[in-house]
Write a protein that binds this ligand. Structure first.
Ligand code: ADP
Ligand code: MG
Length: 670
């Protein structure tokens, strides 16, 4: 067997399981080994029955205190028995597991793990897991991995499969040069991968994880460095000196540009009319008005006789930008087209044709813009919105559509300056610090589930005033190994709460691009009152009529991400509200969220968040939408990021043949 073989070759994986793995992008044994847990379960110390907390997952040591009763009720087989310790008794209930009769015998002790509830005045545990005292003691000393799952695939199956793949670990190829491994005293890749799946303890897991995070950053930064070496000194092939239309455009906007917008535009105009090519990042908080800055750049390019391409990470965003551009360029004679994955084939052909013969001035779209078939006529300006969603390679690929075009990157990720310089080392940076003047600060609150009915009542009032609402849930559908609200069931429940006149829809990443577009379009048109969604709406959506953002299980999100979500409201002149609902009101959670409660400043929030975090805080609370890395998080792993940068600098100073490493990286990470 080879590491590049399909997972089907592994013992215990049939075609059905392989298909489920394929949904998670796990095809080969190598993929499976690099399919990392998203969290770990450690088993708690068993507690006394009397002091066990109701409504939570607990472990008790109980001795069997009754015969095991097996009853058949219609199609259901009910197995029950009583267990006790010195402090109380619990009734255990299982369904359709009659064999348990032969497992439990009076007087024997087991550890039972499950949710404790009260039924008919009796402490009850339904479907508890059971272990011998020895088994449980063994499990307590290890950490159980919890994997991302898809419907039909259980955590147990993934664990079994990964275990079956482990013997092939010795074939895994370490692509980091040996001298870097020595110099930075890195753990071996084999040990790291093994330990991330099945760590000895928490410290060991952190160490293993750090090695993998190092790899992600290292190859990312190498690639960045390559691009920079290539672009930085390129001369300006597309000098755009005629700024008359741009000035008119800015003067005729329905609002005054903020100081930050104005200086970003000035920076851009100086670049593109200068002697070297532009490579610029415009960084501005959500709602700071980056789109209009992009528009000023686009208009300048077009009025100087060139084409521009504007790439957005999602179809929904691309469609939104297309609409803004069409509207804002009215009267300026600019030919704008939308090109995305879901564009009809005949339409695509027409656009390709028109682009290549220069009949289109601006094309807005998704990854579709970098397909091989797309040939531009005189592309001179390339803009990517919310860059962190794209791999560096996509940006590079778009730039390859012309000889050294001007590059503009828009980002709302509020990264501290030191990190920005590392992450975007190849770009000059313009920061928009101020917000448009008409904005009222969003009113925030952090509340427990008891507040939900009040929140619904408040929403109804807002809807009656003609406003719209977002509700965010962490998950798409119910899952075995994570307890949190999910979009599908939530919408159903909401339909029962609100009268039929309120229109409720949902949105999530597993829907087709067409479906998503339709939903976002009806939401913008005001046909949907409440949109229940996962974080897919986090990036860039602009509907100034939405005034309430409610986030369920707010404790499961990172602060920066919550801030991005919150940025979907407060985009017009009406007062907006953000309700963060937490299912745990522990001091830690409340302290963390209090930062958001008190501030609407993305930069401040990111910095505070950094200070509060310990090394174990990265599960479930990944920062922002940093999709580029599987494990690494530029905030939490800032130390690894710095180390990776040192490693890259070291290789460069030694004139190491970097190109040989980059192609490897693309194979693994893109
Ligand atoms: P983001 O920076 O998050 O991409 P957008 O460009 O989507 O923000 O802008 C958000 C909203 O603010 C839009 O409706 C836009 O028309 C409006 N806007 C932008 N600049 C200003 C300004 N200077 N004054 C008032 N409104 C503005
Ligand atoms: Mg935007």
């Amino acid at each position: 067997m080879k590491i590049t073989d399909s997972v089907v070759k592994l013992k215990g994986i049939g075609t059905k399981t392989a298909e489920l793995f394929a949904k998670l992008k796990v095809n080969t044994i190598d993929d499976l080994l690099r399919f990392y847990p998203r969290n770990y379960l450690s088993y708690d110390e068993p507690c006394d029955i009397a002091s066990a907390e109701i409504g939570r997952r607990v472990a008790i040591i109980g001795s069997i205190n009754s015969y095991v009763d097996v009853k058949k009720i219609r199609k259901l087989i009910l197995v029950t028995c009583m267990v006790k310790d010195g402090t109380g008794t619990v009734k255990l209930v299982w369904y359709n597991s009659p064999f348990l009769k032969n497992v439990f015998h009076i007087g024997q002790s087991f550890v039972f793990v499950g949710n404790l509830s009260i039924r008919k005045n009796q402490l009850t545990m339904e479907h508890p897991e059971y272990y011998t005292l020895k088994q449980y003691a063994d499990m307590r000393s290890t950490m159980q991995p919890i994997y991302p799952l898809t419907k039909g695939l259980t955590n147990k199956t993934v664990i079994k499969s990964v275990k079956a793949a482990l013997p092939l670990l010795s074939d895994i190829k370490d692509k980091v040069p040996d001298e870097i491994i020595d110099k930075f005293d890195l753990m071996s890749l084999k040990e790291a991968v093994n330990g991330v799946h099945f760590p000895d303890d928490f410290d060991n897991m952190l160490k293993c994880r750090n090695r993998l995070v190092f790899d992600e950053f290292f190859f990312f930064l190498l690639n960045m460095r390559m691009i920079r070496e290539h672009t930085v000194k390129a001369e300006n092939n597309y000098v755009m000196a005629d700024l008359s239309e741009t000035e008119k455009f800015i003067k005729e906007l329905p609002f005054e540009l903020t100081g930050g917008q104005r200086s970003a535009v000035e920076d851009i105009l100086k670049d593109i009319s200068g002697t070297t090519v532009m490579n610029r990042l415009v960084q501005g908080d959500v709602g700071s008005g980056k789109t209009v800055v992009a528009e000023a750049a686009i208009l300048t390019a077009v009025k100087n006789g060139y084409q521009a391409a504007f790439m957005a990470p999602t179809e929904v965003l691309a469609a939104q930008h297309f609409e803004s551009l069409t509207k804002d360029f009215e009267g300026y004679d600019v030919r704008v087209e939308l090109l995305s994955g879901s564009t009809k084939l005949s339409e695509k052909r027409r656009i390709y044709e028109a682009l290549s013969c220069g009949e289109i001035d601006v094309v807005v779209g998704t990854h579709a813009l970098i397909q091989e078939k797309v040939v531009y006529n005189k592309l001179a300006l390339v803009i990517t919105d919310e860059q962190h969603r794209f791999g560096v390679r996509q940006r590079a690929k778009l730039s390859e559509k012309a000889v050294d075009p001007h590059v503009l990157v828009m980002s709302a990720t509020p990264i501290p300056r030191t990190l920005a310089i590392i992450m975007y080392g190849d770009l000059d940076i313009s920061v928009i610090k101020d917000m448009p003047a008409n904005r009222k600060p969003i009113k925030n609150c952090v509340v427990g589930p008891k507040y939900r009915p009040t929140a619904y009542k408040f929403m109804k009032e807002q809807i009656d005033e003609g406003h719209q609402i977002y509700i965010i849930c962490p998950m798409v559908e119910a899952s075995e190994n994570m307890e949190a609200e999910n979009v599908t069931e939530y919408k159903e429940r909401l339909m029962e709460v609100f009268p039929g006149t309120v229109n409720i829809s949902y949105l999530h990443g597993k829907m087709s691009p067409d479906e998503k577009n339709d939903i976002m379009e009806s939401f913008s048109k005001g046909e949907i009152d409440i949109l229940v969604s996962t974080t897919v709406i986090e990036v860039g959506i602009n509907n100034p009529n939405a005034t309430v953002m409610m986030i369920e299980n707010a404790e499961k999100f990172g602060l920066a991400q919550l801030h991005q979500l919150r940025g979907r409201v407060g985009r017009g002149d009406a007062q907006s509200y953000c309700i963060m609902l937490v299912s745990s009101e522990s001091k830690e959670v409340m302290d963390r969220l209090d930062i958001l409660n008190k501030s609407n400043d993305g930069f401040l929030i990111a910095n505070e968040d950094l200070k509060l975090r310990g090394p174990g805080d990265f599960f479930g609370v990944r920062q922002s939408g940093e999709m580029l890395f599987m494990l690494g998080d530029i905030y939490n792993n800032a130390d690894m990021l710095k180390q990776a940068k040192e490693a890259v600098d070291y290789l460069y100073n030694k004139n190491y043949p970097i190109e040989t490493l980059i192609s490897e990286w693309e194979a693994v990470y893109l």
